[in-house]
Every structure is written in structure tokens, then in C-alpha cells.
Write a protein that binds this ligand. Structure first.
Ligand code: AMP
Ligand code: ZN
Length: 471
């Protein structure tokens, strides 16, 4: 299994630190608004990476943070006149809803920066003690980039490049003049009026962004991890700075493999909140099943830029329908097909299934080439359509079905079509609930109400009787 490692800029054979286990840290979103579909790309891509490791039999420890203290969150909170935790908690909830909609497996842990401040203070202190950081007059703590001979190894920048970049820029940012070197970056900064803050040995303030991930990764996955991942905009400075902090503080390598997804673009430009050219996952969910978005994202290898367009979404929608139609056909034959053992021809066909699996696996083994893996699934769909017939055996249909489920499962694609409940089914359940209530079996009545709610049916008890509507 090969992974393109940003650190070496080559595809490397994956060798886990511990046999049969993978530790992964994926930088998560800053929660001040609904996530856009650009943010969804790393979520879908790295969830698929995780699913493939699990398919291969690895146990995956998957950690992805929420950045819940940040200038943009504070700004949104001030605009609304609420505490910044109101904003961050709200958008963490919304983000988790979107993730569920995109069929992202729950992480082993989603740490929040504000709950890990003690660990950050501790790591900053270690960096000061080891001479890798210093405290400026106003209490800001900076990382001393020159103290780290390996600085630049991920982004492949050398100190000279960095320095000339800085001399070309006018240093207007406040506090910049108290740095020993323009490349030094903030580990801890003093509070401003009305901002959330924590007490530290240097000043009342809050952590810099980069230190969060170094600390949360260490706490939940250990000093050295297998994979650290995120969008390619994070290579510099975020990941470069994470490496500097972690390796200088711990004296151990930080991550073995660094994976970065390319951008989701719109009209050839990166989709981003600051450019205003974004679509939220929530907006997309109003027009499409989010499985369509997932299939669209996986139609490209993760290191290729992907352009969002209405046409591409329509084509992903048609593709999803093709998968689901084939699956539906398999399910029907599994129920109504011929009893007994597979025919000779079916046995031959069943033996061919391993070719589709091999094609799928070799695509995924080559740095998670989901574009080719999706093609392998479509070849399987065609094969299924031409061989699973109404008079096929149940056993053959089930054999094809199992393979397709397994491969689609790696892609996080749900093959079952969501069926709307018929009005008559709803009425029957409401009647059953009324009967339970009459019999004073309130637990059963509540259970039915909840079951309906899960199916998107809301009940209202009115004076005229029970009314219902779809959520
Ligand atoms: P942010 O909330 O901006 O820190 O972004 C969260 C994650 O989304 C990071 O891994 C970013 O690299 C990633 N990201 C943001 N915009 C895009 C985009 N247009 N395409 C792909 N990834 C993106
Ligand atoms: Zn990070």
C-alpha cells in the first residue's frame, strides 16, 4: 500500500508504527459558520482512507479536532452579542450533523481546543525551557524558528526563501516588531478587551492556532503518529509549525506520513469563506442526497484539484442512481430468485468477482486512487446488471451483493435507496400508538412516536385527534 508523503514528495510503502494499527490526526474546521463543501473534501477523503485501512484489517485511531477559539469565532460572537462558546458549540453541532449526512464515521475523538489549554501551556513552557521559545514584553510567547535546524522540511522551504519573503513584505502586523526574527510565530498571545482568555505564566491570554494540534495529537495519539492530514493550504505554515513545536518539545519525530488533499475549486479558484465563492454542505443537502456529494468528491484522486459544477453534481447523481438500481436488483433476486445452489455458469461468474475486487484494491493501494476505485465499482455494476437476472439463484445474487456492499462500504456509499413511508403505513403506526395509549402502555406509545420521528414523521396531539407532518 503506497501513500504519497508530502515530507519526501514521493509515494512510500505504508509501514505502520505498530502492527495492525494506524493512528491518524486530521486537522478539523474552525467553527464559526456552517462548513462549506471545500471543508468537506478532507472530511470525505480521509474518512475514506480510514475506511480502507479498516477494510484491510487495521484498527484505526482517528482523531480530528474542532478549533473553537479563534478571531473569526470571537468576531461572530461579538456581532451576535453572545459568548464565543455559543457560536462554537452551535457550529460544532451543525458540523456533526453535516458529517453524519455525508456518512463520515464518528472519529475516535473530536477534541476541542478550549478543553486542552493546560496541555498547551505545558508544551509552550517546555519549548521555553528548551530554548525554542521566548516571552516578549507584552507576554506574547513566540517560537524561535532559528532554533530548529529542520524548520522548512515539510514545505521544502529554506531559511533564505523565508527571509526574502519577509523582507519583501512590510511588517505592519502589531507586535511583529517584538519578534527576534520575522519568521517566529505565536505560541501564546495576550487577551484583548472582550476576548475569552486563560491564565498562564506569561499573561492572561489564549493559545496560537498551531500549538493546538501539536498538543491534541500528542494527548490522544502519542508523541509519534502514523499519519497527519489536512488540506494542502495547511502545509505552510500550519503543519510546518506543528512539526517544529512537536519535535522540539518531544525530541521525537511527529508524524511518519503527511497527507494533503488538493483544493475543491469553483470556476478554477479555491472555494473559501474569505472569497465568498462557497456553497455550504447544508445548502447542497437541500438539493441533493449528500451521498451525491460524497460520490462527486471521490470521483477524483485526492491530490488532484477538483472543480465543483452543477453538471458534475448531476452526473454524480446519475452514477449514484446506477449503483442503487443494481443493488436494488440484487436485493430483489436475493428475495425472489431461485432456491438452491448456484448454476455452473453462476459459479464461473462468481469466480470473476475477485477481478473487480483486485482492481478496486490496486487503485486504493496506489495512494488511495478513488477515481479508479469508483470506476472498478461501475464495472462491477455493469457485470451485476448483465448477470443477476430474475431467474438467477438467491445465492448468486447474494454473492454479488456482498462484494458490492463491501466495496461501496469503503467509499462510504450507501447502496440502499431511502424509501419514503407511505401514508397508509404512517396511519397504521399512529393507530397502533393510539391503541397502546388506550391500554396505558405509554412506553410502547412513546417508542412508536420515536420510530416515526426517526423516519421524519412528526406527530402532534390536538383536540381534533392526532395530526402528522413530514419533517
Ligand atoms: P479551515 O476551517 O479553513 O481551517 O479548514 C478546515 C479544513 O478544510 C482544512 O483541512 C483545509 O485545508 C480544508 N479546506 C478548506 N478549503 C478547502 C478547499 N476549497 N478545498 C479543499 N480543502 C479545503
Ligand atoms: Zn492542525
Amino acid at each position: 500500500m503506497k501513500i504519497f508523503n508530502t515530507l519526501s514528495r514521493t509515494k512510500e510503502e505504508f509501514k505502520p508504527l505498530q502492527d495492525g494499527q494506524v493512528s491518524m490526526y486530521v486537522c478539523g474546521p474552525t467553527v464559526y459558520n456552517f462548513i462549506h463543501i471545500g471543508n468537506a473534501r478532507p472530511m470525505i477523503v480521509f474518512d475514506t482512507v480510514r475506511r480502507y485501512f479498516e477494510y484491510k484489517g487495521y484498527k484505526v485511531n482517528y482523531v480530528s479536532n474542532f478549533t473553537d477559539v479563534d478571531d473569526k469565532i470571537i468576531k461572530a460572537a461579538n456581532e451576535e452579542g453572545v459568548e464565543s462558546s455559543v457560536i462554537s458549540e452551535r457550529f460544532i453541532r451543525e458540523c456533526l450533523t453535516d458529517m453524519k449526512g455525508m456518512n463520515i464515521m464518528p472519529a475516535t475523538k473530536n477534541p476541542k481546543a478550549t478543553e486542552e489549554i493546560d496541555g498547551m501551556i505545558e508544551m509552550v513552557q517546555t519549548l521555553i525551557d528548551k530554548g525554542h521559545a521566548y516571552v516578549a514584553k507584552d507576554g506574547t510567547v513566540y517560537f524561535r524558528v532559528k532554533s530548529d535546524p529542520n524548520y522548512g522540511k515539510l514545505s521544502h522551504k529554506n531559511m533564505d526563501d523565508l527571509e526574502s519573503a519577509f523582507t519583501e513584505r512590510t511588517l505592519k502586523v502589531s507586535g511583529e516588531d517584538q519578534k527576534e526574527d520575522p519568521n517566529d510565530f505565536v505560541l501564546w498571545k495576550p487577551k484583548k478587551e472582550g476576548e475569552p482568555f486563560w491564565v498562564s505564566p506569561w499573561c492572561e491570554g489564549r493559545p496560537g492556532w498551531h500549538i493546538e494540534c501539536s498538543v491534541m495529537s500528542k494527548k490522544y495519539l502519542g508523541t509519534t503518529i502514523d499519519i497527519h492530514a489536512g488540506g494542502e493550504d495547511l502545509v505552510f505554515p500550519h503543519h510546518e509549525n506543528e512539526i517544529a513545536q512537536s519535535e522540539c518539545a518531544n525530541g521525537e519525530p511527529f508524524a511518519k506520513y503527511w497527507m494533503h488533499n488538493a483544493f475543491l475549486n469553483i470556476d478554477g479558484t479555491k472555494m473559501s469563506k474569505s472569497l465568498g465563492n462557497f456553497r455550504t454542505v447544508r445548502e447542497i443537502s437541500e438539493h441533493y442526497d449528500l451521498q451525491v456529494l460524497r460520490l462527486f468528491m471521490l470521483s477524483a484522486q485526492y491530490r488532484s484539484p477538483l472543480n465543483f459544477s452543477a453538471d458534475m453534481m448531476e452526473s454524480a447523481k446519475t452514477s449514484l442512481e446506477r449503483i442503487r438500481t443494481a443493488s436494488e436488483n440484487q436485493r430483489t433476486v436475493m428475495e425472489n430468485g431461485a432456491e438452491g445452489a448456484m448454476t455452473e455458469e453462476e459459479t464461473k461468474n462468481a469466480a470473476l468477482l475477485k477481478d473487480y475486487i483486485a482492481k478496486f484494491e490496486s487503485a486504493m493501494d496506489d495512494d488511495f486512487n478513488t477515481a479508479d476505485a469508483v470506476s472498478a465499482v461501475f464495472e462491477l455494476v455493469r457485470f451485476s446488471n448483465s448477470t443477476v437476472k430474475a431467474d438467477s439463484t438467491k445465492e448468486y445474487a447474494k454473492t454479488v451483493f456482498d462484494v458490492m456492499e463491501k466495496l461501496c462500504g469503503v467509499l462510504g456509499i450507501i447502496t440502499e435507496t431511502k424509501k419514503e413511508m407511505l401514508d397508509s403505513d404512517i396511519e397504521a403506526m399512529i393507530q397502533a400508538r393510539q391503541d397502546a395509549r388506550k391500554a396505558k402502555n405509554f412506553a410502547e406509545a412513546d417508542r412508536i412516536r420515536n420510530e416515526l420521528l426517526e423516519k421524519g414523521i412528526i406527530l402532534e396531539d390536538t383536540r381534533e385527534g392526532v395530526k402528522w407532518k413530514r419533517a
